[in-house]
Design a protein around this ligand. Structure first.
Ligand SMILES: Nc1ncnc2c1ncn2[C@@H]1O[C@H](COP(=O)(O)OP(=O)(O)OP(=O)(O)O)[C@@H](O)[C@H]1O
Length: 266
């Protein structure tokens, strides 16, 4: 049994297509300890979303193993929470009812009253107090994404998967959401995997950045992030952050086949 909450070992996967088999992952390794937060970056179409489906047990890999909490993943896991770029909130339900949805699906010991209290507490945590009875269309994109985040953690999942949740937001809203994420993680600790195309986002939010190679993707590079103290946006403009971003940018260029693997210029 592994000490890591998420352990992905030697995963290989190919999709059958009309023109033959499309190898997508080939040699994927990922380890995330309990309470850890890994950001996964890589070239477009390299297999990042495929990785999230494997962790959630929505697909089985052709080869290799996915372990969650010391258990081999063999089917869909309700202990995994997910949030996507498009929040997909149900318009016929209020924001509060949308956030409570997973509690209707995943078994819970909470009474109806306690479920509602929990959903209200999370909405307040992300700055949506007073919007509980609104419909999704009455909220901005950033607010809908905040509600979606509450919905993804309301049932206290073991693992939170975030698949480009901030990708469609403007830069200022995105930075606000990054800070909200830190607040949420401090109050409601989770083990997370974030898929992103934004390298600044990866080093601001995660404690480990995993760079995937071009398709079929393998784990090409892993960076531990050591931003000290409370993370605020100014941390992104320090020499340490600039150096980390430089290294990651270089790794992405290697993954895209635009440069040879070599030490980045200092
Ligand atoms: N169900 C499927 N059947 C066949 N091919 C698929 C299927 N799902 C994904 N693919 C293909 O597998 C490759 C990897 O897809 P995936 O969505 O995992 O990549 P990604 O890294 O998340 O992409 P992006 O960066 O564009 O979001 C792509 O070429 C995609 O077209």
């Amino acid at each position: 049994m592994s000490e890591n909450l998420i352990e992905i070992k030697g995963v290989r996967h190919a999709y059958p297509t009309k023109s033959g088999s499309l190898p997508v992952l080939d040699g994927l390794e990922l380890s995330v300890p309990e309470g850890g937060f890994a950001a996964v970056v890589g070239p477009s179409g390299c297999g990042k979303s495929t990785l999230t489906r494997l962790i959630a047990g929505l697909m089985k890999p052709d080869h290799g193993e996915v372990w969650l909490h010391g258990e081999l993943v063999k089917g869909p896991k309700s202990t995994v929470g997910m949030a996507f770029q498009n929040p997909v909130l149900l318009e016929w339900r209020t924001i509060l009812q949308n956030v409570m949805l997973p509690l209707e699906i995943v078994p819970t010991k909470l009474s109806k009253r306690e479920q509602e209290d929990r959903a209200r507490k999370l909405l307040a945590l992300v700055g949506l107090e007073g919007f509980e009875e609104k419909r999704p269309s009455e909220l901005s994109g950033g607010m809908r994404q905040r509600a979606s985040l509450c919905r993804s953690i309301v049932h206290k999942p073991d693992v939170l998967i975030l698949d480009e949740p901030f990708g469609a937001l403007d830069a200022f809203t995105r930075e606000d959401l990054w800070q909200t994420m830190h607040k949420v993680k401090a109050e409601e600790p989770f083990t997370g995997v974030l898929i992103t195309h934004d390298l600044r986002e990866s080093i601001f939010l995660a404690d480990q950045v995993v760079v995937l190679s071009g398709r079929p993707a393998k784990t090409q590079y892993v960076m531990d992030v050591h931003l000290t103290g409370d993370r605020d946006i100014e941390h992104l403009y320090t020499p340490e952050s600039a150096e980390a971003l430089n290294i990651l940018r270089h790794q992405i260029q290697i993954a895209q086949g635009r440069t040879e693997a070599e030490e980045p210029a200092k």
